[in-house]
Write a protein of this length. Structure first.
Lengths: 116, 112
């Protein structure tokens, strides 16, 4: 299994809603990532988890709350979002963090989020 | 910080060759990746360079010159399905974690 899966594929939510994005991988990777991508822009890193612990938070607003329940799962909890948060949210995983060899990141298909 | 530049758009004809350049500035270079991203889809890994020289994978090749802060992705025998964005991403050993910084992406349009 060399796949990163994400659910849901599409999500529409109001500014007062609470929703969660889910990501799963079964490649034995110990690093998982959340990225935000706006149209025609590159992915922007939000969070990095290493061995289920938060390693990097790129100064993301607290209305985004990540969670890593186990080594295969990564969630992103959303609350009180703004319309400008509408974007494609990508999850990725890699064997580990740090350099060395490829250690490339495998990306999931993303969740397209629209905040009304 | 890092600065990664690549052209915004390129157009080429089916069967031709296209070269996408990427220049970067980073204090602790630790590898350069090329990803392909079709519209509305996830980026997929194409190539990795950490030493100078050319890496070839079928119709795709990637070149790196660390002294010049320069890489290119060469797409040969272009096919219509190669129409996509191509992202150059640099890893910095001085950045926490396995952080990749992406360039703005180059949209390649392949015409019949």
């Amino acid at each position: 299994d060399t796949e990163v899966t994400q659910t849901p594929k599409h999500l529409v939510m109001g500014m007062t809603n609470k929703k969660s994005l889910k990501c799963e991988q079964h490649m034995g990777h110990r690093a998982m990532y959340w990225y935000k991508q706006k149209a025609k822009k590159p992915p922007e890193l939000m969070f990095v988890y290493s061995y289920e612990k938060l390693s990097i938070n790129e100064s993301v607003p607290s209305r985004f709350s990540p969670e890593c329940p186990n080594s295969s799962l990564l969630n992103l909890h959303l609350h009180a979002l703004q319309p400008e948060d509408s974007a494609l949210y990508l999850c990725a995983s890699s064997q580990a963090i740090g350099g060395g060899s490829y250690n490339e990141q495998f990306f999931g298909p993303g969740t397209r989020l629209t905040v009304l | 910080g890092q600065n990664i530049d690549q052209p915004t758009e390129m157009t080429a004809t089916e069967g031709a060759i296209v070269q996408i350049n990427c220049t970067y500035q980073t204090s602790g270079f630790n590898g350069l990746f090329w990803y392909q991203q079709h519209a509305g889809e996830a980026p997929t890994f194409l190539s990795y360079n950490v030493l100078d020289g050319l890496e070839e994978k079928g119709r795709f090749s990637s070149f790196l010159s660390r002294s010049k802060g320069y890489s290119y992705l060469l797409l040969k025998e272009l096919q219509m399905k190669d129409s996509a964005s191509y992202l150059c991403a640099v890893r910095d050993r001085k950045a926490a974690g396995n952080k990749l910084t992406f360039g703005g992406g180059t949209r390649v349009l392949v015409k019949p």
